[in-house]
Every structure is written in structure tokens, then in C-alpha cells.
Design a protein around this ligand. Structure first.
Ligand SMILES: *Cc1c(COP(=O)(O)O)cnc(C)c1O
Length: 379
């Protein structure tokens, strides 16, 4: 089995059989000519299959250590496809501060079809166990969480879920498969918004589900075609180009994330820093066990909304924008941006304050990033 870095570059890709092109072409076609009735080269219609998409699916399955991948038009479409494994009356336990779009899909759309959801702090196994009911079919985990970077012990929570016959889904978007490999901890399905670290260049929206079990693979293949929320060939090609540099990008995101977190932790005007790589993080030991490096997401608190507003408006290299995981550094104010739709009491319950600032630390020169933080926060 080739190593991770090699799989990123070569997994799922062979030189194009018809021309020898080293890069999988963008097969921008809706249909495929059949040689004679019932005889074709494996592709009939492009919703069902497309060679560029197939290459990306095989590439990402290899990178996550799964058996099959299914690419969708967005991360949300991928999560919706996973939810289609469930039936009316089924119950799902979800990490309490899951991505806002996931909460919205579950609460506003899927409850209409008779699914029920409980949101618990999955970092506490006792709370997870207490939330399980005879109707629970799925545990939906996000670790680290957005934006306060709380961790769930994947090995422990998976063992607990499996003891109750519950399937485990991990949204691995925040970590990336370089940093964290949920299938190795026993998870059944991994989902990513490829929009973030996997594509890595902030120029495409997409989603992927990686599966290992026959029944999941069969259903996801069926539903990808039946419901049709497929990733287009150009976006599949962009993500394939992105994953070629995933290993080197993530190594740099890890290094810059750590350096920015340490810098902020030592800054007198910063009250609190949230980063699993800091020894002050309450789950630092788990992070060191479960993650390879600690990622590029860092949150910090300057103590007041006014202070946060000043920092947000002064930062230049860190661009004020939603999203994350690109090569360029971004900053956002979760309470008014990514988490604006989360009710105030829920925000308080997950420890999300008005003065919290979230950074997606890119791969620029670290000294330039620090200089930008100094001019925005002060000495
Ligand atoms: C962005 C994101 C999603 C949704 O993905 P889209 O590609 O925006 O649909 C889901 N989960 C997490 C953790 C995300 O960051």
C-alpha cells in the first residue's frame, strides 16, 4: 500500500487510456455512445457515472482508507445522501455544536420526514450513552468542532455506538484526512465538504462520502444516481488537483496553526485561545493521540465584542470571510457570520461568546501572518 503522500498524488488515477494524458481529463459530456445495443465502455449517462468524478471518488476513498467514495454537489448534499440511509421513525445523536448547515438540514428539513435528532456534547461518553434510544440508528460526530474546537474520542465513541448497533458517521471536514482518519478508529462513514481542505483553493463547492460497508456502498451508489445531486466534472477535476498537494498543504497548515496559536496564547490582550495543539486545551492528550498535527483552525477571545470588531476590521492578510481550509488565511466572527442562525441560548450552551474570533490559518509565511495579527490586536 503506497503511503499517504503518494496516494494523494496517484490514488484513483491512471494516465488517460485514450491519449496518455497524465492528468485525468475533464470529461465534459452528458452521455456516451454505445457500440451496439447493450455494449458500452462502462459509462452510459453522466448522472450515473463520469470518469473525472470516478477518479476523484477513487482518489478520496484511497486517501481516507475507505472502500468507495461518492462525490456530491456540496457537503450538504453529501450529508443529505447519508441521511437517506435512515427511515421514518429513526433517531440520530448529533454532536451539539455541529456545523450550522447540518443542524438546519436535520431540524428544518429532515424532521419533516419523521426523523428525530438529539444534540449532545459527544466529548462526554455518558451523555452519548444517555441519549441513545431503541430507535437510534446513527451517531453523527464532528471533531474538532466549529468554532471552539472541542474533541470527541473517536475510538471510544465508536465502540459505544457499535455496542448498541448504531452506525457512526464522522464529518472530517475540519481536520482533513491528513490530520485525522476516522475509519481507522472504527467509524462506518466519513463525510467531507470538499469545499474546504480537500480542494484547498477556495474555488469549488463539493462533498464526498467515504464508505466501507457493502450495504452503505450499495445504497449510496443507488441514491447518488436516483436523487442525482452529483458533483460536476469540472469541480471533480479541481478537487483532484487540490488533493495532489493535500499532504504538503496540511503540513504547513499544521505548522502555521500551531505557531499562530502559540503567538496568541502569549499575547497580553488575548484572553483565551482554543487550539487542540496547546497544552492548555482540556483535551490536548486526546488530540495528540487522535490527530496528526492539530490543523489550521484557531479560535481566540479578546474579551469584548468591541475588541473583536476592531481586530476583525483591522486584519488585512486574514481576509474577513466565511469558509475555511484554503491556502489563504481567513478570519470570521462566528456569532454574526457562520453561527448567526444558531439561537442565543444554544450558542451559550456550546460556549460560543460574542467576542470569539475564528481563524482559518493559511499557508502564507508565518512572519507575515504574525505581523498582521500584531497590527490588528496591538503589541
Ligand atoms: C462547510 C461545511 C459543511 C457543508 O459543506 P458545503 O460544501 O458548504 O455544503 C459541512 N460540514 C462542515 C464541518 C463544514 O465546514
Amino acid at each position: 500500500m503506497p503511503s499517504f503522500n503518494t496516494l494523494c498524488i496517484h490514488g484513483g488515477q491512471e494516465p488517460d487510456p485514450s491519449t496518455g494524458a497524465i492528468i485525468t481529463p475533464i470529461y465534459q459530456t452528458s452521455t456516451y455512445v454505445q457500440e451496439e445495443l447493450g455494449k458500452h465502455k462502462g459509462h452510459e449517462y453522466a448522472r450515473t457515472s463520469n470518469p473525472t468524478r470516478a477518479a476523484l471518488e477513487a482518489n478520496l476513498a484511497a486517501i481516507e482508507g475507505g472502500r468507495a467514495g461518492f462525490a456530491f454537489a456540496s457537503g450538504m448534499a453529501a450529508i443529505n445522501a447519508i441521511a437517506s440511509l435512515l427511515e421514518q421513525g429513526d433517531h440520530v445523536v448529533v454532536t451539539d455544536n455541529t456545523y450550522g448547515g447540518t443542524f438546519r438540514l436535520f431540524e428544518r428539513v429532515l424532521t419533516r420526514s419523521g426523523l428525530t435528532f438529539s444534540y449532545v456534547d459527544t466529548s462526554d461518553l455518558a451523555l452519548v450513552e444517555a441519549a441513545l434510544t431503541p430507535a437510534t440508528k446513527m451517531l453523527f460526530i464532528e471533531t474538532p468542532t466549529n468554532p471552539i474546537l472541542r474533541l470527541t474520542d473517536l475510538t471510544a465513541v465508536t465502540a459505544l455506538a457499535h455496542a448498541h448497533g448504531v452506525a457512526v458517521v464522522v464529518d472530517n471536514t475540519f481536520a482533513s484526512p491528513y490530520v485525522q482518519r476516522p475509519l481507522e478508529h472504527g467509524a462506518d462513514l466519513v463525510v467531507h465538504s470538499t469545499t474546504k481542505y480537500l480542494n484547498g483553493h477556495s474555488d469549488s463547492v463539493g462533498g464526498i462520502v467515504i464508505a466501507v460497508r457493502d450495504e452503505h456502498i450499495e445504497w449510496l451508489k443507488f441514491v447518488q444516481n436516483a436523487a442525482g445531486a452529483i458533483l460536476g466534472p469540472f469541480d471533480a477535476w479541481l478537487v483532484l488537483r487540490g488533493t495532489k498537494t493535500l499532504a504538503v498543504r496540511m503540513a504547513q497548515h499544521n505548522a502555521n496553526g500551531m505557531a499562530v496559536a502559540e503567538f496568541l496564547a502569549s499575547h497580553p490582550r488575548v484572553q483565551q485561545v482554543f487550539y487542540p495543539g496547546l497544552p492548555s486545551h482540556p483535551q490536548h492528550a486526546l488530540a495528540a493521540r487522535q490527530m496528526r498535527g492539530f490543523g489550521g483552525m484557531v479560535s481566540f477571545d479578546v474579551g469584548s465584542l468591541e475588541g473583536a470588531r476592531t481586530v476583525l476590521n483591522r486584519l488585512r492578510l486574514f481576509a474577513l470571510a466565511e469558509s475555511l481550509g484554503g491556502v489563504e488565511s481567513l478570519v470570521c466572527h462566528p456569532v454574526t457570520m457562520t453561527h448567526a442562525s444558531v439561537p442565543e441560548e444554544r450558542r451559550r450552551a456550546i460556549g460560543l461568546s460574542d467576542s470569539l474570533i475564528r481563524l482559518s490559518v493559511g499557508i502564507e509565511d508565518i512572519e507575515d501572518l504574525k505581523a498582521d495579527l500584531v497590527q490588528a490586536i496591538g503589541e
